[in-house]
Design a protein. Structure first.
Length: 182
């Protein structure tokens, strides 16, 4: 089943992810990072945003890794582990369980353009780019966001763009803000 459907079903992902919070986070952080691989068609790069085997869940399809991405300290990782051990995964998974309701509530905005100045960034190795139609959605962005001030694909970066490329992301944001003040 597709990962969104897996996340929408109460109990499945929570149980799987809570069995070993440290392993879950290590696998998810790595698989979403640029370190996981180039994400070229059929290259074997793991994708946490793909298909999930009903009987085993998401985690077995992701590689076992022993080291963190270079941009994440062990102290930061332990802080995240502690936070998820305390809160669990239900809060984040509820986003997926509310997709239909969000879509219904947003129908009043159907056809409206985003007219405020906007900036778009994505990592070249973001697994979200493998979601069907994502490239078409990104390509159509200028027609939906007519005041798009920039669209940046950060080479080698993954899903955790603000952590993995914090200096570059910060510079792009500051440059965008400075441009607005001109």
């Amino acid at each position: 089943m597709f990962y969104t459907l897996y996340f929408q079903q109460p109990g499945g992902a929570e149980v799987e992810f809570s069995r070993d919070v440290r392993l879950t986070l290590r696998k998810l952080i790595f698989a979403g990072s640029g370190d996981a691989g180039p994400r070229k068609p059929d290259d074997g790069t793991p994708n946490p945003f793909g298909m999930v085997v009903r009987t085993t869940g998401l985690l077995p399809s992701l590689p076992n890794v022993t080291k963190l991405p270079e941009w994440m300290s062990s102290q930061e990782f332990e802080h995240i582990v502690t936070a998820f051990k305390a809160s669990g995964f239900t809060g984040g998974l509820n986003y997926y369980r509310n997709l239909d309701r969000n879509w219904e509530l947003q129908q009043a905005n159907a056809g409206q353009l985003v007219t405020v100045p906007a900036l778009f960034m994505i990592g070249e190795r973001d697994p979200g780019l493998d979601i069907p139609s994502m490239n078409q959605i990104i390509a159509s962005m200028p027609s939906l966001v007519p005041n798009l001030q920039g669209a940046h694909v950060l080479s080698g970066a993954g899903h955790w763009l603000q952590q993995g490329r914090s200096d570059e992301v910060t510079k792009l944001i500051f440059d965008f803000m400075a441009q607005l003040c001109e």
